[in-house]
Ligand binder design. Structure first.
Ligand code: GDP
Length: 344
């Protein structure tokens, strides 16, 4: 029988893919959005499900708003995907990030505890929490060493989730997801910034792609695969925490090179550090440069996930490889630019 599923942050990448999956499973989907974000439901539109979900105003900073929403709507499963999710901005807004990304989850948990402790709760935790941990590969038992206000806030919500499970018996799970991307990724994240910028450069709408540290390594998967894992965690008999990751990592540099081939570029690198340039050998033009402004006060240099537990207990595994992911994103941005050009 279908359930009533509530997604906070339905306007984001994961919210949109999860909503689609939950609808396909025969559930009713109610999406919470910030008043200021409610205009941006383009992702639901792209997936063709905008009219199939109910949208309500949901403010993570406002306990009474959360309380009233959970009291009013009958909810079986609540997925907390909302957050101030951009690591770089969190250095400029550490308090707001802690309030939304950290305390926000606690407000939902308190409301569930007070109103209906049978509501199942999913917390979107992040591989950023591992930060500069010493292990080569990270799993559920790895120590955390957060490197940004965002990661510190995510640790608050992660531990609050575990604490409410242990203290009050709430079905609360924390999914520690490594970077997961898609054509619906926000333009401020590096993968989407790369594919969109290269598409613009290809068609003469932009000269150069400016990046920060391109030697950082990330474990990237496809968001569509990861929301399936989220759903699977919530269907288990007992609540637990799981890492979802591809188990393979690449540098930003490799992402740029790979994405470039989809636009017919052959990018080679010259110079070092802040002076480094990416030159397209086909046109002999500089199309990538480094700008100090995109470096972070502290960064996470190497992430590589070990999702053995999810693979063994949930039977979860990613279906899209790195190459397929880059191709999918490059293709989508190429189509978007071509469509935009037709409108000019
Ligand atoms: P994150 O892992 O959640 O922070 O995801 P992002 O896509 O925002 O960043 C991934 C990595 O790319 C970080 O280590 C950044 O320092 C690095 N990076 C290098 N240049 C850029 C850039 O121009 N924009 C962003 N967002 N990240 C960059």
């Amino acid at each position: 029988m279908g359930k009533n599923c509530f997604i906070s942050g339905i306007s984001g990448q994961d919210g949109a893919y999860l909503a689609k999956l939950l609808l396909e499973k025969g559930n009713k989907v109610i999406g919470g959005v910030r008043r200021t974000a409610s205009g941006s439901l383009w992702r639901l539109d792209e997936l063709g499900i905008k009219d199939d979900v109910e949208i309500v105003n949901f403010e993570l900073a406002e306990l009474t708003n959360i309380f009233r929403t959970i009291e009013k709507i009958s909810i079986d499963e609540l997925y907390n995907l909302a957050s101030q999710s951009f690591v770089s901005s969190s250095f400029e807004t550490p308090l707001m990030t802690t309030d939304i990304t950290g305390v926000g989850a606690l407000r939902i948990l308190e409301s569930i505890r007070e109103i209906n402790s049978d509501i199942k709760f999913y917390q979107a935790s992040s591989s950023e929490m591992f930060g500069t941990t010493k292990t080569d590969q990270q799993n559920e038992n790895t120590n955390f060493h957060p490197r940004s206000p965002y990661a510190v806030a995510k640790l608050l919500s992660h531990w609050a989730t575990i604490n409410y499970r242990e203290s009050y018996g709430i079905f609360a799970v924390s999914g520690i997801l490594f970077n997961h991307e898609s054509p619906l990724r926000g333009e401020e994240f590096v993968t989407r910034k790369i594919t969109l910028s290269l598409a613009r450069i290809k068609y003469g709408h932009q000269e150069v792609l400016e990046l920060g540290n391109i030697d950082v390594m990330r474990d990237w998967g496809f968001a569509g695969d990861y929301v399936k894992g989220i759903w699977q965690m919530m269907q288990e008999k007992t609540p637990d925490d799981y890492v979802l990751a591809s188990g393979v990592n690449y540098s930003i540099r490799e992402f740029v090179e790979k994405a470039g081939t989809h636009y017919g570029f052959n990018i080679v690198w010259e110079g070092a550090g802040i002076e480094e340039k990416g030159i397209d050998k086909v046109s002999n033009k500089v199309i990538v440069s480094i700008n100090q402004k995109f470096y972070r006060p502290a960064d996470v240099h190497n992430l590589l996930g070990d999702s053995t537990k999810a693979r063994e207990k949930l039977g979860w595994k990613p279906t899209i490889s790195f190459d397929e992911l880059v191709a999918m994103m490059a293709e989508a941005d190429m189509k978007r630019i071509e469509k935009y050009m037709k409108l000019l």
